[in-house]
Design a binder for this molecule. Structure first.
Ligand SMILES: [Zn+2]
Length: 126
């Protein structure tokens, strides 16, 4: 699955496109294959955000251990204790760097921000 691919909205057409076609009409991308349906992103923005939030949990070992419960957490601890200390330090360092990279990306992403004024604004109009 490619993140920058577009596909035809009509499942029967099965047209896929990687670049923006020239047939842009009123900001709607018409499928060059069937010339009837719209082109939509193959991998949607919200699905991509969901994937990134998965990485947010994946690289945080402490958070992962809390989610897994005591039995799995103890298993993780015993595996980490069985490894040489240099390897464990390197593992923690790399996991922290990956975590920080994902954190930076999440902070920049608009899906992580809830605009309460926009969300509840309709309830407070005069
Ligand atoms: Zn099509």
């Amino acid at each position: 699955m490619k993140y920058n691919w577009l596909k035809c909205e009509d499942e029967a057409c099965q047209y896929r496109f990687r670049q923006t076609p020239l047939s842009v009409l009123n900001s709607v991308l018409i499928c060059p294959g069937c010339t009837k349906s719209d082109l939509i992103p193959e991998y949607g923005e919200s699905a991509l955000y969901e994937q990134i939030t998965f990485f947010l949990h994946m690289f945080n070992i402490e958070r992962y251990k809390k989610l897994m419960g005591n039995t799995k957490s103890n298993q993780i601890d015993s595996v980490l204790k069985s490894l040489p200390s240099e390897i464990v330090k390197l593992l923690w360092k790399n996991m922290n760097e990956l975590q920080q990279h994902v954190d930076r990306f999440i902070r920049k992403n608009g899906y992580g921000i809830v605009n309460c004024t926009q969300l509840f604004g309709q309830f407070f109009r005069d």
